[in-house]
Design a protein around this ligand. Structure first.
Ligand SMILES: Nc1ncnc2c1ncn2[C@@H]1O[C@H](COP(=O)(O)OP(=O)(O)OP(=O)(O)O)[C@@H](O)[C@H]1O
Length: 328
């Protein structure tokens, strides 16, 4: 359905490399999250797919039609791609109905279609309002209705929730993805928040320094991350470097790198590998306590525990079955 083939893109006459040989495919109806740190190339990738940038190398094919290559660039409005960006980008002087009909002005039944889309996003009855009369979350739902109105082949959402506070973000996240699933539209969703990605996407593609480092189903990324970096994106993870292996007396394969997830560390329980630690700092965080620990060998680590009453000296450990091992 969507095929991104070896896309590379640099800026400033090749001085800034944004994307390096990025390839992936999406099937009809897939919802894929693109996750990565700031500067990893997420926005550049979706701007290339949307036709807002031309690749230096590679091609983009949607429904068997080549949209982008070094020689070819189908303009954004001819791609059948709907866009929802972080800033709602609604026309302030148009009411909601006009905002949603804007991209479908040639449709005979544009008013019915716009009202149907507003109903889909839960904003029936508000069509005469103007954007400034809506909350941030409502404005983002109008942006979604507008993007879906022309029945796009692909919907791209770039950090659509990042302007919203945590509560609204959670609500809107589930509403938006309910709508996406209802319409069955293929969607790409850019975020730096792994919780957003895990809760909505069938598949997650991870970018680091412009390269795809893993693309897999959300649950597989958690269970089988292919690097310490990927593991650390999905929860607090401690890299078991040489000093830590010595501290816990757990020699591991020197040809591999290793990590342990915070939730697999046990405090004051029997485990295969244990060490003693002094608690240097306790920070109560509501649903847990953040501990800064100094291990017997002097090494410091940070862990989070659900326990709110931790002694100043503890025993900490883990079992070999919980160690994550990565090649290289
Ligand atoms: N128009 C541009 N001119 C020059 N450099 C650019 C341009 N757009 C992006 N870059 C650079 O390309 C790299 C990737 O940027 P991009 O915006 O795609 O990252 P991102 O993962 O979306 O980051 P963020 O999460 O902060 O939005 C960065 O080094 C950025 O500075």
């Amino acid at each position: 359905m969507l095929s991104v083939n070896s896309i590379s893109k640099s800026f400033d006459k090749g001085k800034t490399f944004a994307l390096d040989e990025v390839s992936f495919n999406l099937e009809e109806g897939d919802v894929c999250a693109i996750v990565g740190e700031s500067g990893s190339g997420k926005t550049t990738l979706v701007r290339l797919i949307a036709g807002l940038e031309r690749p230096d190398h590679g091609s983009i094919i949607l429904n068997n039609k080549e949209l982008s290559s070094v020689k070819k660039l189908v303009p954004p409005e001819k791609r059948k791609i709907g866009l929802v960006f972080q800033e709602y980008a609604l026309f302030p002087h148009f009411n909601l109905l006009k905002n949603v009909t804007y991209g479908i002005s040639k449709l005979k039944n544009k008013k019915e279609r716009a009202l149907e889309m507003l109903e889909l996003v839960g904003l029936s009855g508000l069509e005469k309002r103007y954007p400034h009369q809506l909350s941030g979350g409502q404005q983002q739902r109008v942006a979604l209705a507008r993007a879906l109105a022309p029945n796009p082949s692909l919907l791209i959402l770039d950090e659509p929730f990042s302007n919203l506070d945590a509560m609204l973000r959670m609500q809107l996240r589930s509403q938006v993805f309910e709508v996406i699933k209802k319409t069955g539209v293929t969607a790409i969703f850019v975020t730096h928040d792994t919780q957003d990605a895990l809760s909505v996407a069938d598949e997650i593609l991870i970018l680091q320094h412009g390269k795809v480092i893993q693309k897999d189903q959300a649950s597989n990324l958690y269970i089988k991350p292919n690097s310490v970096y990927v593991a650390s994106l999905f929860g607090n993870t401690i890299q078991l470097n040489k000093e830590l292996q010595t501290a816990f007396d757990c020699p591991l394969n020197p040809k591999c790198s290793h990590a342990i997830r915070n939730e697999n560390l046990s405090i004051n329980e029997e485990c295969e590998y244990v060490t003693h630690a002094r608690v240097l700092k306790k920070t109560f965080m509501g649903n847990g306590t953040h501990l800064l620990l100094k291990l017997d060998n002097g090494h410091q680590i940070s862990v989070v525990t659900k326990d709110t009453n931790v002694a100043d000296k503890i025993k900490i450990g883990f079992n070999s079955t919980d160690v994550l091992e990565f090649a290289g």
